[in-house]
Design a protein. Structure first.
Length: 257
């Protein structure tokens, strides 16, 4: 097992259990305790964990970005439910813009039953996911590859996004605040999503319930910039009222209504 793979597994364990123990990790992955301590040192330097006596605890800071391969394994059931709702809102033959979020990867999978779609994306993961779909047009924005995110970002990416106008923009975000709106932890993601919001007729924000009432570094847009919010659980009455005031439709699984 590569060191990076092992650290990602440790990080997944931290996400699930909130705390890990060096001796247990050493036995689990068949490496020395010193190797595990070096792994935890690196996770701490990256701001993902906080070392404690004999192990480490998860860093709960919402502004910290987890690696893509860790994030895509979080809340899988919720992402699948949201993806099914989004797929029901897309029609055969539409032109779509999908962002580089892990949620959008689940949406891409759910869309595979559709026909004649054109998908423009800055996500390498989505490009790979849709590589075997026939009868679709798949367009990559290109741009600078962001290490650890499988995302194309930067001015070239935004220029390509703005050269199209699509039927539907489908995207996620890091945080959703009633005053600041749609937010991202890094400016490059925020500016890419602002470009997307300018390049579509219908805008669908797909965001799980943990992102509500959170803030992040970069403002990607205002709530009024989107037409539909799809989430995995019924929002609070405060948010439902805010959606109504802003003219935003809110969709969530029927089973949790």
């Amino acid at each position: 097992m590569l060191a990076l793979e092992r650290r990602n597994l440790i990080l997944e364990k931290l996400q699930n259990e909130k705390r890990v123990v060096v001796s247990e990790l050493s036995q689990l992955y068949g490496v020395s305790e010193e190797t595990i301590r070096r792994d935890l040192d690196k996770l701490e330097k990256e701001g993902l964990a906080i070392k404690s006596y004999g192990g480490a605890v998860i860093n709960e800071d919402v502004s910290i970005d987890l690696p893509f391969n860790v994030r895509k394994n979080q809340n899988v059931v919720g992402k699948q439910k949201m993806a099914e709702i989004v797929a029901s809102l897309v029609h055969d033959g539409e032109h779509l813009l999908l962002d580089a979020s892990t949620t959008a990867v689940f949406v891409a999978k759910a869309l595979k039953e559709k026909e004649r779609l054109t998908v423009i994306t800055n996500s390498m993961e989505i490009l790979l996911e849709l590589a075997d779909v026939s009868g679709w047009n798949i367009i990559s924005t290109g741009g600078m590859m962001k290490e650890g995110y499988l995302a194309f970002l930067g001015s070239r990416t935004e220029e390509v996004i703005r050269s199209y106008f699509v039927d539907t923009v489908i995207f996620s975000c890091k945080a959703l605040d009633e005053n600041w709106g749609i937010m991202e932890s890094q400016e490059a993601f925020g500016t890419a999503k602002r470009a997307m919001l300018d390049s579509g007729r219908k805008k669908i924000l797909v965001v799980d319930n943990t992102k509500f009432d959170q803030t992040a570094f970069s403002v990607a847009g205002r709530l009024r910039d989107v037409d539909i919010v799809v989430t995995d659980a019924k929002p609070s009455e405060k948010w439902l009222k805010l959606f109504e005031e802003e003219g935003v439709e809110c969709r969530y699984p029927e089973s949790v209504r």
